[in-house]
Design a binder for this molecule. Structure first.
Ligand code: GLY
Ligand code: MN
Ligand code: MN
Length: 422
């Protein structure tokens, strides 16, 4: 509310419930901005921030207690509960919002609202504002609609101690899941059976959802960056790339590990893995206050480009390869992204077209990779079909950084001693 202009109001709905098939809904997940502001996890809720409102500045619309509905669908916190437990100053039944909201808005000059996320709510919002303005000839009501996203996203970019604690838990659970996948892995298993092991480890630790669909990609499937069908069988000499992270209290983790299905890297696999690991370590070392997201990316690119020359995959001088972006044939994505309630979290990564400077409390992934397509006839034959990514979650601290996901094994020796051992 301190960030809002005088005479303004902010309106933040939670996400709608979405149908999965007839009579069955997807598990409900609150909208990240709404949950960040309220910590309230029930569906059908709208938070209103009205600085200066005498009867209460933080108003919540939510479901009323209803013993019959609760017997079928579970407990509701109700109007009193949302004030007591979530800090609302005033609460109204969600069913009354059409009658009450225009009145809250009518004497304001500006409304903060994130247009474009929930179509149906957008329509209702426009109708309420039109009603508050009192028709085309009136000069009353709000004249300005401002995106609420920007204010909230800038806050979400900087994680508090409490948020880092929650993210650490998500990270540790995910690291344990990757280790479990390594232990149980055997040639002949299906990719989805490995996925089941990951989800088992998430769920038993209290993480009831994955932060994003798990990628379990054997062999050349790893060269498809968003492979999620996870339906192939693992073969003896394959590498397996797993990109999977748990969500805990709506905060994501995001880990990738790549390891040999039979527990031994082949010579070619080891050569490429060593390059990606060195690139990732160089990039992680760059994460510190005052450095930029581009510094982190370029630290990885430098090592990858050198490695591609050594591997015989790209010819020429490293400087020229970087300038002409010839490495992009094998490394076509960025080295990281913000991480938080959304796996690709909010917050500007460029300001005035300059790369964002890192500050304490920011959390980012560091995830270089090399992907040599199976049909790339210009690449050395021994490297074709190898895809490797290594991804960790890193917090910027006052003096440098902390890796939240360091418990997930990644050195060649560790991996070779763990894979297939359980
Ligand atoms: N798992 C999505 C990503 O690594 O960005
Ligand atoms: Mn990522
Ligand atoms: Mn990932």
């Amino acid at each position: 509310m301190d960030m809002m202009e005088e005479g303004s109001i902010a309106i933040a709905p939670t996400a709608p419930v979405r149908p999965r098939n007839r009579d069955v809904e997807f598990p409900f997940r609150p909208d990240s901005n709404f949950y960040y502001l309220t910590g309230f996890g029930e569906p059908e809720a709208v938070a209103v921030l009205a600085p200066g409102r005498e009867q209460g500045e933080f108003v919540m619309f939510c479901r009323e207690r209803d013993p019959q509905a609760e017997q079928w669908h579970g407990a509701r916190i109700g109007l009193e509960g949302v004030c007591e437990r979530h800090g609302a100053d005033d609460a109204f039944p969600i069913g009354d919002i059409d009658d009450i909201l225009p009145g809250l808005v009518e004497n304001k000059s500006r409304v903060y609202y994130a247009m474009g996320h929930f179509q149906e709510f957008d329509q209702r919002m426009l109708a309420w504002i039109a009603r508050a303005r009192g028709g085309a000839r009136s000069s009353g009501g709000p004249g300005e609609l401002v995106m609420l996203d920007h204010l909230v996203h800038e806050m979400r970019l900087f994680k508090s101690k409490a948020e880092i604690d929650v993210m650490s838990k998500a990270a540790q659970v995910s690291a344990a899941a990757h280790e479990r996948a390594m232990r149980v892995c055997r040639p002949g298993m299906a990719e989805y059976q490995i996925e089941a092991e990951l989800l088992y480890e998430f769920t038993r630790a209290g993480c009831r959802a994955a932060a994003y669909p798990s990628i379990v990609a054997r062999g050349a499937n790893s060269c498809t960056l968003h492979y999620t069908s996870n339906s192939d069988r693992l073969r003896d000499r394959d590498l397996l790339l797993i990109d999977a992270g748990a969500e805990y209290e709506l905060y994501a983790s995001d880990i990738t590990r790549t390891f040999p299905v039979n527990g031994r890297f082949s010579r070619a696999q080891r050569d490429v893995y060593s390059v990606v690991l060195a690139a990732q370590e160089a990039a992680i070392d760059t994460v510190a206050p005052g450095r930029t997201v581009d510094d982190v990316h370029m630290a990885a690119v430098q090592v990858l480009a050198e490695g591609l020359v050594d591997l015989g995959a790209v010819k020429g001088r490293v400087k020229g390869i970087i300038r002409n972006e010839k490495y992009k044939r094998f490394y076509m994505h960025r080295t990281g992204h913000w991480l938080g309630m959304d796996v690709h979290d909010v917050g500007d990564s460029r300001i005035d077209d300059q790369p964002r400077v890192l500050e304490p409390g920011m959390v980012m992934t560091v995830e270089p990779g090399l992907y040599i397509a199976p049909d790339d006839e210009k690449a050395p034959r021994r490297l074709r079909g190898i895809g490797i990514r290594i991804e960790d979650d890193v917090v910027v601290t006052g003096s440098g950084h902390e890796v939240l996901t360091s418990a997930a094994p990644k050195s060649i020796d560790e991996i070779e001693s763990i894979v297939g051992s359980g």
